[in-house]
Design a binder for this molecule. Structure first.
Ligand SMILES: [Zn+2]
Length: 153
């Protein structure tokens, strides 16, 4: 997808599932990087956020994988700002907070919001293009599928 389309998709995702973050200044930036496909950069005062996306990946990945990626990064912000109420003391001192526990909790938040299928698409894309995820990087494929199925019961 292209930048303008992605910004539209991002706006739709924010209003559909991340209303708690409506007051926060969150922008997308498309960068040339080989490190990872997405990351959140926190403004110095903790009140602005930039989600950096790899330019090569956004053109290569499916729309579902892209939604999974945006939802995952937004969930990081929701978690670190305690639901949009302000950046937590913990996040302020340990930004970016990227512990394995965070990744797993963030994935659970994404599934709870109804984006488990997109999270799986993201994971499939990621594992084809980067070092495959393991349990310390986030929920495993089997764990995501189990949670998605439980949600649909
Ligand atoms: Zn993450």
């Amino acid at each position: 997808m292209e930048g303008a389309e992605i910004n539209t998709l991002f706006g739709e995702l924010r209003s559909a599932a991340f209303n708690s973050l409506a007051a926060l200044d969150i922008r997308l930036s498309f960068i040339d990087t080989e490190e990872d496909l997405g990351a959140v950069v926190y403004g110095a005062k903790g009140d602005s956020f930039v989600i950096q996306l790899s330019r090569a990946d956004i053109t290569a990945m499916s729309k579902d994988a892209l939604i999974g990626c945006l939802a995952h990064e937004l969930a990081h912000i929701e978690k670190d700002t305690e639901g949009g109420s302000g950046i937590s003391e913990l996040a302020r001192n340990f930004v970016p907070s990227m512990t394995a526990n965070d990744e797993r909790e963030v994935d659970r938040m994404v599934i709870a919001k109804g984006y488990g299928r997109q999270l799986l698409a993201l994971q499939t894309y990621h594992d084809e293009h980067y070092e495959p995820y393991n349990a310390s990087d986030g929920l495993t494929r089997d764990e995501i599928m189990a949670l998605v199925e439980r949600r649909l019961e």
